[in-house]
Ligand binder design. Structure first.
Ligand SMILES: Nc1ncnc2c1ncn2[C@@H]1O[C@H](COP(=O)(O)OP(=O)(O)O)[C@@H](O)[C@H]1O
Ligand SMILES: [Mg+2]
Length: 369
């Protein structure tokens, strides 16, 4: 038993050959406010989405309060020999270019040949009949040769294209079956997924609110549908949380009548209505006009003070530095570095972290995108 609220071991997520998360290991303690920073495309969103099973991880173990809710020890992609596969792909690409070039070369030769015949015919008067016929016959011979070469080149190009490199040819099924037999996998059912999503709630960059409902209804619906709360109870809870994000005056507004900052505050209130144990924030202020970033960050700062466990993917380095107790720098599907905010921002250990932080520090660690 550990004190971790969320334990992530050997998490991997592959989209085909694109290994977006390679091997993520992390323990989240109750009350942690963790900021995740890193360049675009490094896998930050995919990581959060895996925790909530909005993406099914390719491999890994996820536990919530010491209960395993997802476990896949072995995945087929781990038994694809990607070194050989990528080598074969490169060779294939080279072959494709080479054979296509060959087709072009012989096609061009034929065009040049045609011009030559034309030129010779134009200069016929310069030659004796005998010489002219000899030259014409030579050119005819060349044409036959070029045509044969072109035919071969086209055939070869077609052959190459007919045999693309397939991943399954580099996949060792026996090893995979053996690994599965040694370590049976746990697949999750929809009940578990719903439970996890009500305890580990996501706040999205683009709000994901229901535009056809008003503010209050947005905060009630999941309570009645997922948590099976009575409508009146759900309403009371919704009002409480909308008040806590200072949206009590807008409860009957439609979502389209709100500013970006207000929408995000409603999304946060909606998340709070689920009585979450963890809120995952995926760049909650990135879609906002600059003047609205502050109001959302203020709400998040207050939440952090209540002891709520938060994982925040953000470009707001000021927030990461001042509010979180741990900063994680992710790149290329790995956690490159993690530590206390002061350590990561002031004294990063890894070269990659230093390089990433450079452009923010040059701008005074504020709201730089
Ligand atoms: N559903 C998907 N299908 C295929 N590729 C995806 C999918 N979601 C994300 N990716 C790829 O995963 C990589 C990491 O994306 P993401 O997790 O959004 O990074 P970040 O949030 O750090 O910018 C990108 O190369 C992206 O194209
Ligand atoms: Mg993202």
């Amino acid at each position: 038993m550990s004190n971790a609220i969320l334990t992530i071991s050997n998490l991997a997520k592959y989209f085909g050959a694109n290994k977006v998360l390679k091997d993520i290991n992390l323990e989240v303690q109750k009350g942690d406010v963790i900021s995740i920073i890193g360049p675009s495309g490094s896998g930050k969103s995919t990581f959060l989405r895996c925790l909530d099973l909005l993406e099914t991880p390719t491999r890994g173990t996820l536990s919530f309060n010491d209960e395993v809710y997802f476990n896949i020890n072995s995945c087929k992609d781990d038994f694809v020999n990607y070194v050989e596969y990528n080598k074969a792909l490169n060779l294939y690409d080279e072959e494709l270019v080479r054979t296509e070039d060959e087709v072009a070369i012989w096609s061009n030769k034929l065009i040049e040949h045609k011009l030559e015949v034309h030129k010779l015919k134009g200069e016929k008067s310069n030659y004796s009949v005998e010489d002219f016929n000899k030259k014409i016959n030579e050119l005819k011979g060349l044409k036959t040769e070029y045509l044969a070469k072109l035919k071969d080149a086209k055939k070869e190009f077609k052959e190459v294209r007919k045999n693309p490199v397939l991943k399954r040819n580099f996949y060792n099924e026996n090893d995979y079956k053996k690994a599965i037999a040694d370590n049976p996998n746990i697949m999750v059912d929809s009940k578990t997924i719903n439970h996890i999503r009500s305890k580990v709630v996501m706040v999205f960059q683009s709000f994901n609110l229901f535009n056809n409902m008003n503010v209050l209804e947005n905060c009630i619906i999941a309570q009645t549908k997922v948590l099976k709360r009575k409508y009146e109870d759900a309403k009371e809870i919704a009002i409480k949380h909308l008040t806590s994000v200072n949206m009590q005056d807008r409860m009957n507004y439609r979502i389209s009548e709100l500013s970006g900052g207000q929408k995000q505050r409603v999304a946060i209130a909606r998340a709070l209505c689920m009585d979450p144990e963890i809120i995952l924030f995926d760049e909650p202020t990135s879609a906002l006009d600059p003047e609205m970033v502050g109001e959302v960050l203020d709400v998040m700062k207050n939440l952090a003070k209540t002891g709520l466990t938060m994982i925040v993917v953000t470009h707001e380095m000021g927030f990461a530095k001042d509010v979180s107790n741990k900063v994680i720098f992710m790149e290329n599907g790995y956690i490159v570095e993690q530590g206390l905010p002061n350590q990561v921002f002031v004294n990063p250990k890894e070269e990659r972290t230093k390089e990433f932080l450079k452009r923010y520090i040059q701008n005074g660690i504020t709201e730089v995108k």
